[in-house]
Design a protein around this ligand. Sequence first.
Ligand code: PLP
Length: 374
Amino acid sequence: AIYLDYAASTPFDRDILSAVFESTDTYGNPSSTHKLGKEAKSMLETNRAKIAKYINASPQEIIITSGATEANNLAIKGIVNQHDRPHVITTNVEHSSVKSTYELLESQCDVTYLQVKENGRIDIEDLKHALREDTVLVSIILINNETGVIQPVYEIAEVLKDRDTLLHLDAVQSFGHVDVDVEALGADLLSLSAHKIYGPKGVGILYCKKNTKLNSLITGGLHEAGRRAGTENNMWTGAMALAMEKVVENKTERNIKEMQLKELFLNELQVNAIPFDVNGDVNHASPHILNVYFPWVDVQVLLTALDLRDVYISGGSACNSGSVKPSHVITAMYDDARASHSVRFSFSYLNTEEEIKETVKVLKSIYESLKATA
Ligand code: PLP
């Protein structure tokens, strides 16, 4: 099988799993006051400090969550709930965890959805025009999970610099691909997820800049400085810290490898005369994600044909009770028609050149057979 869906999830690194297994002896509750509890607390805080270091934050600014969906919910609702009908800004290409949250909050706040251009990026002038006196929050996806397009985040931060408006970045696809330094990015809130970086599913963090008031969504004990109740997932936090450490250590070579694989893939498509076009700005894109428009095939037909040949990719479309809607991200950049002929390939340093060539060979055979029956 060939797996080209690393933006959906990465395999859990076995070495990390083995390393965290060693920590099962520290099973105490970090809130318990006895020795075993203190040991667990110390382990938790060591890992929190590590996570903080990798994004240039301080440990008190890290809230451990069940993943980025929760982190995004906490960032948005935790701010919006403090105000009476505030104004907020986001884009029309966000991940569903941000998109649905804002859609739900439309009865409680005024939401401006910045419309991206055909290259998938927002126009900084649109942001300037959208800002209001009562704008409390701006949520932006740093690297888009469907197209890999990188938003002009430094320009966004510059616009917000002298305002009270908070900047929330969904950096889930970014860690390891671009610098995720909360200071440099000007972020007040930033979410990450472990399972996109070879860690386990079900753990993530929300960075919340110090002195930023955040309403907790989950009530209970005073865990995470009162911002997220519930006994901390000590082992998985350790796994996330290790996953981040490994990513940082190998960042350059992994990115070079992923870039080479992406270029090889594009080159092979060309050489094999398979009609295609790339969705989004190739000059502002992460090496690990490529969204391709194939005018000759419908998304579902292609996904099924590839699946049958054990090539696993993603349509980037949301499945709702059996009916498949075209991706809102590609629709926002182009139109429905293009979206229903576009798929996402996402690469890892674990992929080989042979896998890329084999995938294009499979695509070619699907193309030829569809052409023959057309
Ligand atoms: N944001 C982006 C950009 C993502 O790609 C994902 C993953 O699907 C999420 C948020 C949600 O992360 P999680 O799976 O940890 O809830």
